[in-house]
Design a protein around this ligand. Structure first.
Ligand SMILES: [Zn+2]
Length: 674
């Protein structure tokens, strides 16, 4: 295919996806995939400038407005920004603009603002009154959505909003902002739409856009939309607008516009790079969608004087985050048997790269969720991989179905042992109820020996599966009765490996009863709850005698946990299992009560910061553990930090802690301290 043909093909594709995205609010590819098409077109056109025509999608920034809305000419172009994808790009941008400055090395400061993933709006105020609101459209001409914007409480009808404000009402002021769906409201909203069998939106951005571009303002009024403002587009000469972007944000706030408190002032370009790093973590912890950080030179008149490259102003840049969502095909659904017997649906995907990792599997949560989202085998699905969270399926792209897709049915039997599957009333999960299900045993052994539980050296997850398969382990306690010769007979088990395994098991007999109780894998009894229980009763035997009422009296123990614990101990098979552990020599009681368990004050007065991915616990669990021992957890590293608890992929916090000389510990060191 020659460049001319490829360009024509790309234009058709890009135009089609723009239409799906902007007009139908129903994209069929992810933003990252769209960006790839667009950039291929852009670079082909740059290599072949004679092939650029005015109707190419690269020559405009958005889609044509719908005919049903009145078109509005913006008082000044509503600009888009060029993109940067990492600190290198950012520094290159700083160097490039140096050429347009009187002194290339002049010290600049910046404002870093969250790049909201909503719908851009342009709000006009005359003599302090809101007179017109428009979408961005193609940047020159937008759609008049004044009536719809009036329904959003966050949009001031009159400025200054505070009647006691000393600021004069500006005679003419045009403000730029972003209308968006808060994430918690989005989930609730989609849930309700599903129940009422109305349109479900793929993501908050499409929901915001779809809600704002309703011809009937009553529909918009029923949607939980909100607004952040971040720029002044134009104003009459008599308005006293500050020169610095940071002061402009304050000015907007003083007038009563909602402004994100997540914007940050940065004295240097390096500080901007740090803020970007922090945002990569933070983006999944806030209640609105952010797809990057907008970096503006604080001195706006200076920024404006730098002019344009193409249609993008030089004085600002958008640092985009790595993509978290991609589309791919759902090939099949496997049933995984968990250690509590839960039969969990697991998606097998056509491999897809997301944020530098190849994703082949994703969780489908449970069968109710599959039915609610109507996910089918063969569907093109949107997969999300965000931070530490296990990749999951956001939903199917229904418009790409060809009729060959198959509805996913919940399992009627355990795929491993073949026993009938059981559904507990009031729960979404489906269980294999067979206590001697071999797959459950493998999962329980895996969990028992894992670092968050008994932490047995030399006992990998494959070892557990092999031992169960070979019939050497028929219940959990069997791992303490392994025969040396039988182990040596296994393939790949040489002297040294067997010695390591047996000595690891021997050492583990001295693990605290908190770890032992955790390792038993009783439902709802993780390490924090196990700590509370052992702290209260002092031993596993005393816990086994406790009634449900007695358990519920303990702070932090709910009825579900209480029932789960008493049911577990009431089961004779579990009593037998405990006796077998006792014979093997495991510790059932605390040596010195009140010293080693949560509720202790081992960490009193110490301040921790947690970063990265910990091997066996979530950050929330680590936080609870520290707090249960009297310690404090804060969000950022400072001179007041005593310890940085660092896991894998620790980022800027680790660097900062090192530079401040703060002690860095890993999870096992924390567990030793508690
Ligand atoms: Zn089973």
């Amino acid at each position: 295919m020659n460049p001319q043909e490829r360009i024509a093909q790309l234009r058709d594709e890009v135009n089609y996806h723009l239409y799906r995205y902007h007009v139908l609010d129903s994209p069929v590819i992810s933003d990252a995939e769209y960006d790839a098409l667009y950039h291929e077109l852009l670079s082909l056109e740059q290599e072949n400038p004679e092939l650029v025509t005015p109707d190419s999608p690269t020559q405009r920034a958005g889609a044509e407005p719908l005919d049903a809305f009145r078109k509005v000419q913006h008082p000044a172009p509503i600009l888009s920004l060029s993109n940067a994808f990492n600190a290198e790009d950012l520094f290159a941008w700083r160097q490039r603009i140096g050429r347009y400055l009187p002194d290339p090395e002049v010290k600049l400061d910046y404002v870093a603002e969250p790049k909201l993933d909503g719908l851009t709006v342009v709000l006009t105020y005359e003599n302090g009154r809101f007179t017109q609101g428009a979408t961005r459209g193609n940047g020159e001409v937008g759609e008049d959505i004044t009536q719809n914007l009036r329904t959003i409480t966050a949009v001031p009808q009159r400025i200054p909003v505070d009647p006691k404000s000393e600021l004069p009402a500006p005679p003419y002021l045009v403000v730029r902002g972003e209308v968006f769906f808060p994430l918690d409201k989005f989930e609730q909203f989609n849930e309700r739409q599903r129940t009422e069998e109305k349109q479900v939106y793929m993501n908050p951005r499409n929901a915001a856009s779809g809600s704002l571009r309703q011809l009937d303002p009553k529909i918009t009024a029923g949607r939980p939309l909100t607004l952040y403002c971040y720029d002044l587009v134009t104003w009459s000469d008599d308005v006293d607008v500050p020169d610095k972007q940071w002061d402009r944000l304050s000015y907007l706030r003083q007038l009563g516009f909602p402004v994100s408190s997540d914007s940050q002032y940065c004295a240097t370009i390096e500080a901007v790079a740090d803020v970007y790093d922090e945002w990569i973590d933070k983006r999944n912890q806030i209640n609105y969608e952010v797809d990057g950080v907008v970096v503006k030179i604080n001195d706006r008149p200076l920024a404006d004087s730098l002019g344009f490259v193409g249609k993008d102003p030089r004085g600002a840049v958008a640092m985009k985050f790595p993509a978290q969502e991609k589309t791919t095909r759902l090939l099949e659904v496997q049933v995984n048997v968990g250690r509590t017997g839960i039969l969990a649906p697991n998606a097998v995907l056509e491999p897809v790269e997301i944020g530098g990792v190849v994703v082949r599997n994703a969780t489908l949560h449970n069968y109710d969720e599959i039915a609610r989202k109507d996910i089918r085998i063969g569907d093109t699905v949107i997969v999300k991989r965000a931070g530490d969270v296990i990749p999951y399926i956001v939903g199917p792209v229904v418009d790409l179905r060809d009729g060959s897709e198959q509805v996913i049915k919940p399992p009627t039997h355990c795929p491993v042992c073949g026993e009938p599957a059981l559904r507990v009333p009031g729960e979404v999960a489906i269980y294999c109820d067979n206590p001697s299900c071999p797959e459950q045993l493998v999962r329980r052994v895996e969990y028992f020996v894992s670092r968050g539980a008994m932490d047995i050296d030399g006992f990998g997850s494959k070892t557990g599966a092999l031992l169960a398969e070979q019939g050497l382990v028929k219940d959990l306690a069997d791992i303490y009765y392994l025969d040396r010769d039988a182990l040596l007979a296994l393939e790949g088990f040489k002297d040294k490996k067997v010695d390591n395994l047996l000595s690891g098991l021997e050492v583990s007999k001295n693990q605290s009863p908190v770890r032992f109780l955790t390792a038993l894998g009783i439902r709802f009894v993780g390490n924090v709850v196990a700590g509370l229980l052992i702290d209260e009763f002092g031993s596993i035997d005393a816990l086994g005698e406790a009634s449900q009422e007695r358990l519920e009296e303990i702070e932090g123990i709910g009825p579900g946990t209480a029932v789960s614990v008493t049911t577990w101990f009431a089961d004779e098979r579990h009593r037998d299992l405990l006796e077998k552990f006792r014979q093997a020599g495991l510790k059932f009681a605390m040596d010195k009560p009140d010293e080693d368990a949560p509720g202790s004050t081992a960490l009193e007065g110490l301040t921790f910061v947690i970063t990265g991915t910990l091997p066996s616990m979530s950050r929330d669990e680590a936080k609870s553990l520290i707090e249960a021992h009297g310690g404090k957890v804060t969000g950022s590293v400072s001179n007041n930090t005593d310890y940085l608890l660092a896991g894998e992929k620790a980022g800027s916090k680790l660097t900062k802690a090192e530079s401040l000389g703060i002690t860095i510990i890993d999870e096992s060191e924390l567990l030793n301290m508690t």
